[in-house]
Design a protein around this ligand. Structure first.
Ligand SMILES: [Zn+2]
Length: 449
């Protein structure tokens, strides 16, 4: 689905070096300390799976250059570089071809079963398959999800629900009532009626709608919906670190259970930016996800009985670093753009000085061809205007895109903690699920024979 009309938030100007002044470590990382010398058990008590939606290999590479400190000779490593262990194929069930959607990929990652695109937690015969979340619950563990999309979007849905179509958002939201999930954090208020919220409360859920309320939670269960649909672009809220705060709270609440937990964290909007071929928002979402990964990495250091596995469900947009025969990629230009292109379009279309506003927000002066390009788009509509801004940024920064959809390249796998060696080398996305499921306390065999 191509993202359009992303909600306007604000156009607060920020320093182009803001991300360098507030690197991904500001929220998450404390110094690596004595904890690393603690003995590591062979099997994990807790499992954290993190999915960068659409985060193909070019995204983590681009992010490394994007967050690099230009004042040092070295290219600084990212948390992804630190944790890289393997690669994974992502194709859906064979009759569907090679390129997956998020629903089929998340079903594979949650249950170890290949299915058709659009399927939520069911196989190609439309039978429900057991997910790692259900299996964990059966064994008395706690479960949770923390995402930046609506909580009933394809990826979290395939971990918690069963439905023949990812588009049945209301049915999926309703089904969450019966999953006993301890922590549900993300967006999606529009899919949860006041009656449904009452039903959650009757089941013992605390309902919160502001990220600041996360701090006051003492225990599960919690349903936290922080936006009508998806959360605002991270690039427009640079210090909010909402996914990190969701992740930190989820880890704190879930670790109250002595039997352990399974937590899914998704950087959902990397994919949405990829669909729009929007490199500025994509890098903002990568930074948001990297922050959350650092929170999880720190948790593993402090709780060595925890396995952390990170991957992507597929690649989005066919992103490339360098394009159109030019041997270059201008990360500084991308860092210099002051807000998401859809926000720039909204501000420009509301103003008589649109050229000035666009130039200021982009951080460079438009040339005559670009002014003509945008003037023509301005006569059409906001979406077309946004697309043209994205094209200008991509052209100037030598960012390449091959598609507004998904592509079938393998994605990376990152892991640390007990049994993380299971995820080394090449694997399929179903292997990732089956390996995680095999590590649940009393579930040594494939639960979906
Ligand atoms: Zn997608």
């Amino acid at each position: 689905m191509i993202l359009k009309n992303k909600k306007w938030s604000c156009l607060l100007p920020f320093l182009s070096l803001g991300l360098l002044l507030f690197p991904s470590s500001t929220f998450a990382a404390k110094p690596i300390t004595q904890l690393e010398s603690q003995p590591v058990p062979a099997r994990p008590k807790n499992i954290i799976i993190m999915i960068g939606d659409g985060m193909g290999p070019a995204y983590t590479t681009a992010y490394r250059y994007y967050q690099d400190n230009p004042d040092t000779e070295n290219i600084e490593h990212t948390v992804f570089d630190r944790l890289l262990v393997g690669m994974s194929s992502t194709h859906p069930t064979k009759s569907e071809g090679i390129v997956t959607d998020s629903a089929a990929a998340a079903t594979a990652l949650s249950s170890g079963i290949k299915t058709y695109n659009g399927a939520i937690g069911i196989n190609k015969h439309k039978q429900a398959v057991r997910s790692i979340m259900q299996l964990a619950k059966q064994q008395g563990m706690s479960t949770g999800i923390a995402v930046t999309s609506q909580v009933n979007h394809a990826t979290p849905a395939a971990f918690l629900s069963h439905n023949e179509s990812r588009r049945n958002y209301d049915e999926i939201a309703l089904s969450y009532l019966h999953t006993d999930t301890d922590v549900i954090l993300g967006g999606g208020q529009q899919y949860f009626s006041s009656e449904l919220i009452e039903q959650f409360k009757n089941k013992g859920y605390q309902y919160i709608t502001d990220v600041s309320e996360l701090n006051s939670l003492k225990q599960a269960k919690v349903l936290g919906l922080f936006a009508d649909k998806e959360l605002p672009w991270a690039i427009n809220e640079k210090k909010a670190h909402k996914l990190s705060r969701e992740t930190q709270t989820a880890l704190t609440l879930l670790s109250n259970n002595p039997k352990g937990f399974v937590l899914l964290v998704e950087g959902s909007l990397i994919d949405w930016a990829g669909h729009s071929n929007d490199i500025v928002s994509a890098m903002g979402e990568m930074n948001e996800f990297a922050n959350a990964v650092e929170v999880a990495e720190q948790f593993v250091r402090q709780h060595p009985e925890t396995l952390l596995v990170i991957t992507a469900d597929h690649n989005t947009g066919g992103l490339s670093i360098g394009a159109n025969d030019v041997y270059a990629w201008n990360s500084a230009l991308i860092r210099g753009v002051q807000s998401s292109p859809d926000n720039i379009a909204i501000a420009a279309l509301e103003s008589h000085d649109w050229q000035d506003i666009v130039s200021k927000q982009l951080g460079f002066k438009l040339n005559e061809a670009e002014i003509n390009q945008l003037a023509a788009a301005k006569k059409e509509n906001q979406d077309i205007f946004t697309d043209e801004i994205n094209k200008i940024i991509s052209r100037r920064s030598h960012t390449g895109w091959t598609s507004h959809g998904h592509t079938g390249v393998d994605v990376q796998v990152f892991a640390t903690g007990p049994s993380s060696a299971l995820f080394h080398g090449h694997q399929d996305n179903t292997d990732i699920a089956n390996n995680m499921i095999s590590l649940l306390p009393t579930n040594q065999n494939n639960p979906n024979p």
